[in-house]
Design a protein around this ligand. Structure first.
Ligand SMILES: CC(=O)N[C@H](C=O)[C@@H](O)[C@H](O)[C@H](O)COP(=O)(O)O
Length: 250
């Protein structure tokens, strides 16, 4: 039995002793998120999305806000990676920035908590290491997913003893690689360390890209927009039509 509050560097085999983590192996995690300004905003809709993902064979759900997480946990039996997007005036960190948001999503039933683990300055000048230590001390049963944007941030998060590292923020910090495709090179480099399991996340649009991420060593892949943001999916179709068909008409 692993002590989940142990602040240490586990080898990858030890991480996989944890069922919540090993059950995600080579699976698809569906991110079900809609912000207030989006057409699908609302916890009931997000619960429906999660149920659809479960029916389709997903191994986990990623969800934002205590309300959505609680709604999903009330009916969906998949483990939930919870986060809480909040903006503070003194920081660009917005994915579960402080322990205040952690508490709310843990109380809502999140199995994992996703936190920004980039090098960006945190609210109230808090250091990432202190935040992780406080999370471990206050919520010993909660697994930590570190959302990073670069290789160095991934290694730093591993050194802090987080449970999973996700490439979520690649392309969303000014100092990370900006590209339209998923950052498979980052997935490969972090996975090759053979340390903390890595989630491939961000701009995965096709099943082929998903498989490529797993082949690159990802423990699991997280897909959001391509499955749960129909306005963005629609835009892709419309753009394709415009670029090829309508151009020919001119
Ligand atoms: C950068 C950021 O804020 N990412 C958020 C993290 O929770 C979500 O908005 C993304 O939808 C999620 O990461 C999944 O990625 P994609 O939607 O590209 O498949």
């Amino acid at each position: 039995m692993i002590e989940m509050n142990k602040y240490t560097n586990w080898e990858i085999g030890e991480f996989l002793d944890n069922n919540l983590i090993s059950n995600l192996k080579h699976g698809l995690i569906v991110s079900c998120q809609a912000l207030e300004q989006e057409p699908l905003y609302g916890s009931e809709v997000m619960l429906s999305m999660a149920m659809a993902a479960q029916e389709g064979g997903a191994v986990g759900i990623r969800a934002n806000t205590p309300r959505d997480i609680a709604a999903i946990k009330s009916k969906c039996s998949l483990p939930v990676i919870g986060l809480y997007k909040k903006h503070y005036p003194d920081s660009d960190v917005y994915i579960t920035p402080t322990i205040v948001e952690v508490k709310e999503i843990v109380e809502a039933g999140a199995d994992f908590v996703a936190i920004d683990a980039t090098a960006l300055a945190r609210p109230n000048g808090e250091l990432l290491g202190d935040f992780v230590r406080s999370l471990r001390a206050n919520f010993p049963g909660t697994l930590i997913v570190a959302d990073v944007s670069t290789f160095e941030e991934g290694v730093a998060a591993m050194d802090l003893g987080v449970d999973l590292v996700s490439t979520t923020m690649s392309g969303y910090t000014p100092h990370s690689l900006q590209q339209e495709q998923p950052d498979i090179a980052l997935v490969a480099r972090l996975s090759a360390l053979g340390r903390t399991p890595v989630l491939a996340e961000g701009r995965i649009w096709t099943p082929e890209e998903c498989v490529a991420c797993l082949e690159a060593g990802a423990h699991a892949a997280v897909v959001g927009t391509a499955i749960t943001r129909p306005q963005e999916i629609t835009k892709k179709f419309v753009k394709s039509i415009h670029e090829s068909f309508h151009k020919m008409e001119v």
